[in-house]
Write a protein that binds this ligand. Structure first.
Ligand SMILES: NC(=O)c1ccc[n+]([C@@H]2O[C@H](COP(=O)([O-])OP(=O)(O)OC[C@H]3O[C@@H](n4cnc5c(N)ncnc54)[C@H](O)[C@@H]3O)[C@@H](O)[C@H]2O)c1
Length: 302
């Protein structure tokens, strides 16, 4: 098995000063990449800034013999982060959208500021960084992009309506970008990681935070960003050595005759069938997903 290398590749990691981002940045640096270490250096609540956070990681990469440049902007100024990559290294090959904060509150206590700030960092910030890198990747006919969602988005999590919204927003963005990037050799994937970090230390006991090392997420990230990997449009759960791919599942469903009409009572009568996951299907694109609907429309018209 050959080593996965990133020699002459430029990797931008957002939020690379702590936790998962730092672990990614160090690994890419050790595998020959030129790394842009972006971090605003604020609190996990989204307040303040500190340039030293990114500088420390840059120094660590350089101490290990790697190449790195720091960027201290917020991801909401994504074009500046990409500009740092261009100024320092002349290109962008990989973007790891990782920066994140939390503003956990139950919905009835959540302010509009809590909602907007989470949207800004996770959704608008990810858009800004990716949107700045996208034309460069299209032009060079090559790119690897990673988005970071969360189990909170996929399954829901008490007290995280804002975060769940933003994290699933990233997945939606990734799924469509994967389609748009396919012809330009741009692969786009999404991970839902779990790791001990300052984000999780408020909700997990210390032993769990210490045990769930960010390093356990790194191998999947490196694999997905490998130039030889053609995997795209995927969603993965990853943490503590467990890696699995996730997809949508749909029941066989029930088709009603739209020519004859159907009522809420008909839906009630068919309810067990509608929600029965026996022989479930797994539509993998919008055409497949809409086939049953289009078929029923056609049969009504004929
Ligand atoms: N740790 C987990 O279990 C877990 C689970 C699901 C998703 N995630 C996601 O993984 C990512 C990394 O989380 P982590 O646990 O390593 O957290 P972390 O707090 O250790 O690291 C996040 C980094 O992002 C930086 N950052 C925050 N806002 C920024 C901004 N506007 N611009 C630039 N940098 C900014 C922070 O300064 C911090 O260094 C986040 O997107 C998080 O939502 C983490």
């Amino acid at each position: 098995m050959s080593d996965i290398r990133f020699d002459d590749r430029v990797v931008v990691v957002t939020g690379a000063g702590n936790g998962l981002g730092r672990a990614y940045a160090l690994e890419f640096g050790s595998r020959g990449a030129k790394v842009v270490v972006n971090d605003l250096g604020g609190s996990s609540f989204g307040e303040g800034s500190d340039q030293r956070i990114a500088d420390v990681v840059v120094d660590e990469i350089k101490a290990g013999g790697g190449e790195a440049a720091a960027n201290y902007d917020s991801v909401t100024d994504g074009e500046k982060i990409v500009q740092t990559a261009l100024d320092a290294f002349g290109r962008v090959d990989v973007v790891i959208n990782n920066a994140g904060i939390l503003r956990d509150k139950t919905f009835h206590k959540m302010s509009e500021e809590d909602w907007n700030l989470i949207y800004d960092v996770h959704v608008r910030g990810t858009f800004k960084v990716t949107h700045a890198a996208w034309p460069l990747m299209r032009e060079q006919n090559y790119g690897r992009i990673l988005f970071t969602t969360s189990a909170a988005g996929v399954y829901g999590n008490f007290g995280q309506t804002n975060y769940s919204m933003a994290k699933l927003g990233q997945l939606g963005m990734a799924q469509t970008l994967a389609l748009e990037g396919r012809s330009k050799n741009i692969c786009v994937n999404t991970i839902a990681p779990i790791a001990g970090s300052r984000l999780t230390e408020t909700v997990m006991p210390k032993e769990l935070v210490d045990a769930l090392r960010p390093e356990f997420v790194v191998p999947l990230v490196v694999k997905l960003c490998d130039e030889n990997s053609t995997e795209t449009c995927g969603l993965y759960e990853v943490g503590a050595g467990f890696i699995a791919k996730l997809r949508w599942e749909r029941t066989q469903g029930k088709t009603f005759s739209i020519a004859e009409g159907f009522t809420a009572e008909d839906v009630l009568d068919a309810w067990d069938e509608i929600i029965d996951f026996t022989d479930a299907t797994h539509p993998s694109n919008i055409t497949e997903a809409n086939t049953a609907i289009m078929t029923n429309l056609k049969s009504a018209a004929s």
